[in-house]
Design a protein around this ligand. Structure first.
Ligand code: 8YV
Length: 325
């Protein structure tokens, strides 16, 4: 390899990412080991970087076992599986893959909104079941005249808002702070936002700060004509409260790309006809996943060459981006 650096890879990544990392580093592929614990104990003193693919958890416990760790490069814009606060406090750089997936995820969100409101998956199932031959598919609810609320108006939230505007849908938002340069109506709490809209789109980061933010009260405020869309993290929504709200008509429907315990989806959700369920495909195109994978590689190469990493997360202290030298 090009660098005299040991890199830990806890879970498999895209083949081209693994190839490029193999060319640059000595890569310890943890998932291949028969005895992971033994392998980890052996390499731990030498590991200086982690490439964290998929939902591989990079916990404080794991990082604390790696005394020379300097850089954790995550695949994905969301990095709730990485304890970035702990890393930041210990001078460890954490990177994610923002920007390159923004438009893709926003496209998925719009698709999910239309699928859910217009009941398009149900209509397709109806056709395939041969039921069209008997009678026309029942008339569906509409996007016309709706107001959407973006919960978390970051890069992806703004790309969704832009698309909704093109569809003639009014957009409001809630975030931790009102944004001075945003003209959209702001609501100080998720509850206030839910009261004002009938499509609630969850685009917040995951993690402890947003856990259960969309609870039973928020769903009740969204109302019986309301639609919940979640393309963020399953943890942001109280899944049990959502199931109850879908079942008893507290809300009209839900479009979900993310779940609390992926890839397990509760049977209660599978049983509900007013839920549209996708297997976490928000960014899942070859084009966008390649861009994300390349950004993981580029962040690690920048760090190894002593350059600033391209996309550090905010928890990363500035001084830790000095690189490996
Ligand atoms: C990926 C994501 O599916 O970027 C994110 O935060 O959730 C998705 O792009 C995820 O990184 C797991 O591979």
């Amino acid at each position: 390899p090009r660098f005299d650096i040991d890199l830990l890879m806890p879970a498999p990544m895209m083949p081209f990412v693994m190839e490029r990392l193999d060319q640059a580093f000595r890569v310890c592929k943890l998932w291949l080991a028969a005895d992971r614990e033994a392998l980890l104990a052996g390499v731990a003193p030498r590991i200086r970087a982690i490439a964290a693919g998929g939902s591989a958890a990079v916990t404080a416990d794991l990082m604390a076992r790696l005394p020379r760790l300097e850089c954790v490069a995550g695949f994905g814009v969301g990095y709730d599986a990485i304890d970035a606060a702990w890393a930041g406090a210990h001078g460890i750089t954490v990177t994610n893959t923002p920007d390159v997936l923004t438009e893709e995820v926003a496209d998925t969100a719009l698709a999910l909104i239309l699928m859910t409101v217009r009941r398009l998956p149900q209509a397709e199932r109806y056709l395939r079941a041969g039921r069209w031959l008997e009678k026309a598919f029942p008339l569906s609810p509409t996007l016309r005249g709706r107001t959407a609320g973006i919960l978390g108006l970051g890069r992806i939230g703004k790309a969704i808002a832009q698309r909704l505007a093109a569809f003639g849908v009014a957009v409001h938002y809630h975030g931790r702070q009102r944004q001075a340069d945003v003209a959209l109506p702001y609501h100080a709490t998720p509850l206030d936002l839910a009261r004002a809209v009938d499509v609630l789109v969850v685009v917040t980061p995951g993690g402890p700060e947003t856990r259960g933010l969309v609870n039973g009260a928020v769903l009740e405020a969204l109302g019986s004509d309301g639609v919940l869309i979640n393309i963020a993290r399953g943890t942001v929504v109280d899944e049990d409260a959502l199931i109850a709200a879908l079942r008893d008509g507290t809300i009209l429907g839900a479009g979900l790309d993310v779940f609390a315990q992926e890839p397990t989806v509760p049977q209660a959700l599978l049983d509900l006809d007013n839920a549209v369920l996708l297997p976490h495909v928000g960014s899942a195109t070859l084009h966008t996943r390649q861009a994300m994978g390349q950004l993981v590689v580029d962040n690690l190469l920048a760090w190894a060459e002593g350059r600033p990493v391209l996309t550090p997360v905010p928890e990363t202290p500035a001084r830790s981006t000095r690189g490996a030298g």
